[in-house]
Design a protein around this ligand. Structure first.
Ligand code: CAO
Length: 547
């Protein structure tokens, strides 16, 4: 094992670049080429790769430091022999030497007169990298650019770089789009060069200027004349806007964002110069997962629905902000989920329970002797169970695969209970097989357990259908929300004496208002109509339960 000093490799001419990310920690084992730190110059960011495989012994730079080629950034313990002295330490693979965004070598050095001239813009030397991705188009046709302004951003395995404009001018066309792959010399577009400067000596570049036609010469001579002005002020404004919209991130972060399918401009940057770091990406993903797992919690935010604005209610009067109970929060999340996912239809009817009430009252004393309270609820439980057997279209759940429907051969009914801590729905099992006294006893026991917070999780699971009775509280009707994966729920309101036409006269009858909400994906209107009609007929004549 030998100790090797790790140095900043050739930065393609850039100097004093910022260390924007440290991607390893002391003790980490790295493979050759693994990113150690990310540096960023004016035009490009690049990963500094491990020169050899080994264990990181020290890191001598920190985020925010400035480094230049040859600076020591740490030490690595390796069993790979050190490179001979004449070779540059930690010489990165060619493509890692982030090309310092030199203007396109192939491009003309400058137009040679005040006359606008169209130039083809080509991809400059990419430091050996080939077929790099175009990850951003920074300009569009018609944009005025200055020499050195970013035209597009490309990204290879180890570095991303801006491709700068070779001259000041106006973008005529851009021949590439995001996602394309480009290599050195490829055509990027056309630039109308409006500014001129002294012509470069022909030897500086293999540029068309060097082979300019002879008649250009006199114009070259007049090149020191002030160039036609690029609209500097507007251009500056444009650049400010571009800067505001631009996302700064190192290649490793961009790669991770692509792997995770994250759009970088949605991530809140916390790094130097508003740079998005890996931590920012991870925090963003954590937030999104949390949101997704909790459902559309709160008062907005699900399926692209605009969030409700935050309101300071104290501006309108005294308020007291209290934490919601756990049950309340779970109920809120479930209600939002069910409301947003289930296409609800609610059907209404009144059940004539005059005879049922006469019978119930006649049985009250006997029930009390048995220690049970005979309210309308056990009758409703029994009638709903009979309706679920008679119209099994309601005793189903939709399979999550969207391809199947689950038909149930058991009848468990949930009963909504109003408790000080919130709404709870204990489940009474095999309701179709139980008698009225048994159901009355069980309903009372479950309601007490719910109010005392003593329900076990399995006592709140497995319902086929739910009854929500507000009869003891009041109201003439309401539209309950289906308790998915069940597909139906019955809302019961307060019994009222109403005049009912019997063919000859209006008769006073005790009418129970019912509202049946159902999931229209699972149940159609005809099934719902039959279910409700059957239910009402059973409640009107409980002898039918014996049939
Ligand atoms: N119309 C008129 N009176 C009714 C009635 C109705 N539909 N239903 C019940 N009553 C009467 C009962 O007969 C009883 O009267 P008596 O004491 O004179 O006999 C009285 O109202 C009180 O009944 P109860 O509340 O003790 O018992 P219950 O069986 O009617 O209800 C339960 C039990 C657990 C369903 C109920 O207590 C409850 O919590 N209801 C609220 C459910 C709820 O919150 N639903 C909304 C969910 S969505 O937000």
């Amino acid at each position: 094992m030998a100790k090797q000093v790790i140095k900043v490799p050739d930065l393609g001419g850039a100097d004093q670049v910022d260390v924007i990310e440290i991607t390893v920690a002391v003790g980490d084992t790295v493979a050759q080429e693994d990113s150690l730190i990310v540096v960023e110059g004016d035009k490009a960011s690049m990963d500094v790769p491990a020169p050899v495989a080994g264990k990181i012994l020290s890191i001598s730079v920190k985020e925010g430091d400035k480094v230049s080629e040859g600076d020591v950034i740490g030490e690595i313990e390796t069993d790979v022999a050190e490179a001979p002295a004449e070779e540059p330490a930690a010489a990165p693979a060619k493509e890692e030497t982030a090309p310092a965004a030199e203007p396109a070598a192939e491009a003309p050095a400058a137009a040679v007169s005040g006359e606008p001239k169209e130039e083809t813009i080509q991809v400059p030397d990419l430091g050996g990298a080939d077929a790099v991705d175009v990850i951003e188009i920074s300009v569009q046709p018609g944009d005025a650019v200055e020499e050195g302004d970013s035209l597009i951003v490309v990204e290879g395995d180890k570095a991303s770089m801006d491709v700068p404009s070779p001259s000041a001018g106006t973008v005529v066309s851009i021949a590439v789009k995001e996602g394309d792959k480009v290599s050195t010399g490829d055509t990027l577009g056309v630039l109308k060069v409006v500014a001129i400067g002294a012509a470069e000596p022909a030897a500086t570049a293999a540029a068309p200027a060097a082979t300019a036609p002879a008649e250009s010469a006199p114009q070259q001579a007049s090149a020191s004349v002030e160039p036609p002005a690029v609209p500097q002020k507007d251009h500056q404004l444009e650049r400010d806007f571009t800067a505001a919209a631009q996302v700064y991130a190192g290649p490793a972060v961009r790669k991770l964002a692509r792997e995770l399918g994250v759009t970088l401009n949605k991530v809140k940057p916390t790094g130097p110069r508003n740079r998005v770091s890996k931590d920012d990406l991870h925090n963003y993903i954590r937030e999104q997962v949390k949101k997704a797992e909790s459902g559309a919690v709160g008062v907005g935010g699900g399926i692209g629905i605009a969030k409700m604005p935050d309101i300071d209610f104290s501006q309108f009067g005294p308020v007291n902000v209290e934490p919601m109970s756990k049950i309340h929060k779970i109920t809120a999340a479930n209600m939002s989920r069910n409301w947003l996912n289930v296409p609800h239809v609610t059907q209404f009817d009144d059940a004539d329970i005059t005879e049922l009430e006469t019978f119930r009252k006649s049985m009250k004393a006997e029930a009390e002797k048995r220690g049970v309270k005979l309210t309308p609820v056990p009758f409703l439980l029994k009638a709903v169970a009979a309706a679920l057997r008679a119209e099994p279209s309601f005793n189903v759940s939709l399979h999550n695969d969207g391809e199947h429907i689950v038909r149930k051969d058991y009848v468990h009914v949930g009963m909504a209970v109003d408790t000080p801590k919130g709404l709870m729905v204990p489940v009474i099992r095999n309701v179709d097989k139980k008698g009225l006294y048994e159901l009355a006893a069980e309903a009372t026991e479950m309601a007490l357990k719910a109010r005392d917070g003593k329900l076990k999780p399995n006592e709140m699971q497995g319902a086929c259908f739910t009854i929500s009775s507000l009869g003891a509280i009041g109201g003439t009707g309401f539209t309950p929300i289906v308790n998915s994966p069940e597909v139906g729920i019955l809302g019961v309101s307060k019994l009222a004496m109403k005049p009912v036409w019997n063919g000859k006269d209006f008769e006073p009858r005790q009418m129970l208002p019912l509202a049946l909400s159902y999931d229209h994906r699972a149940v159609n209107g005809g099934d719902a109509g039959r279910f409700m009609t059957y239910l009402v007929s059973v409640l009107a004549d409980v002898r039918r339960l014996l049939l």
